[in-house]
Design a protein around this ligand. Structure first.
Ligand code: NAD
Ligand code: ZN
Length: 246
């Protein structure tokens, strides 16, 4: 089984999705303009401040019942998680095989030499909303550190994409959870699974695909549907999962 997750799986942990309207000071900014190399070149402190704020949001959030059910399932069969999310909620729920297609908030890299500093620790006392914060410098070349995430206009990390495609071509079932399917090439993942003969199940409050004989949509929230669905295929039943499938 392969799980393919997007921002919607973390929405119920309190992390806004990409399409949720921003509030407060950040409402003045367009995220599509903050998440580019050009934005960083023009105003690195604005972009670094934005990611520190997102990191602070993620560190306050907890994995929810959907992240947890997926992690529990790995004890009973081979499970690979492919995520577009830059948070670490799958890992904190206990999933071990997690492929991050869009990088991670946890690991900055140098904007100049592209290296990842070893033993970097975030000091973010001021990571409040809307602040401009100068990025720290690379210990090797003194370049500015940038977040280790994939920005608009950048290639996905080649090794992760290759591992993801191999896993998807080899799976029996792909569960695609909480993704709008508009950010490419990640959005090709369900199509690759279908072409390889797998079943694809979309879990989303919005109907995101046209059902066909090997593709179906379960319309609802991830924390309701994922634990209920997985309880049917052998998860130990506990209070959290003991619910009828909606
Ligand atoms: P998206 O914001 O485009 O779409 C979110 C999807 O989640 C929508 O289809 C929405 O209907 C669905 N959704 C909302 N609430 C849900 C719930 N409770 N249960 C299930 N589904 C729910 O997100 P995307 O498709 O992941 O693509 C946007 C990009 O933004 C990604 O590349 C990702 O890297 C980035 N992003 C990541 C995070 C994160 O790390 N948590 C947060 C915001 C954006
Ligand atoms: Zn450097």
């Amino acid at each position: 089984m392969v799980f393919f997750s997007g921002a919607g799986i973390s929405a119920e942990s309190g992390i806004p999705t990409f399409r949720d309207p921003l509030t407060g000071l950040w409402a003045l900014q367009d995220p599509e303009k903050l998440e580019t190399a050009n934005a960083f070149r023009e105003d690195a402190a604005l972009v670094w401040g934005w990611y520190l704020w997102r990191r602070a949001q993620v560190s306050r959030a907890l994995p929810n019942a959907a992240h947890q059910a997926i992690a529990q399932l790995a004890g009973t069969r081979e499970v690979i998680v492919i995520t577009q999310n830059i948070d670490d909620l799958h890992e904190r729920a206990g999933s071990e095989q997690v492929i991050h297609l869009h990088g991670s908030l946890a690991q900055p890299k140098c904007f100049a030499c592209h290296r990842t500093p070893t033993a970097f620790s975030f000091e973010e006392p001021n990571a409040r909303e809307g602040l401009r914060i100068e990025p720290p410098r690379c210990p090797r070349c003194n370049g500015k550190l940038r977040p280790g995430v994939v920005w608009f206009g950048e290639q996905l990390p080649a090794a992760e994409w290759k591992r993801a495609v191999l896993a998807v071509k080899d799976c029996d079932v792909l569960l695609s959870i909480g993704t709008s399917g508009v950010v490419f090439p990640a959005a090709e993942i369900p199509t690759i699974a279908l072409r390889a003969g797998a079943y694809v199940v979309h879990i989303n409050p919005v109907q995101v695909a046209h059902p066909s004989n090997r593709e179906l949509c379960l319309v609802g929230r991830a924390t309701e549907i994922v634990p209920a669905l997985l309880s049917l295929i052998g998860l130990p039943i506990d209070d959290r999962v003991e619910r009828p499938v909606p």
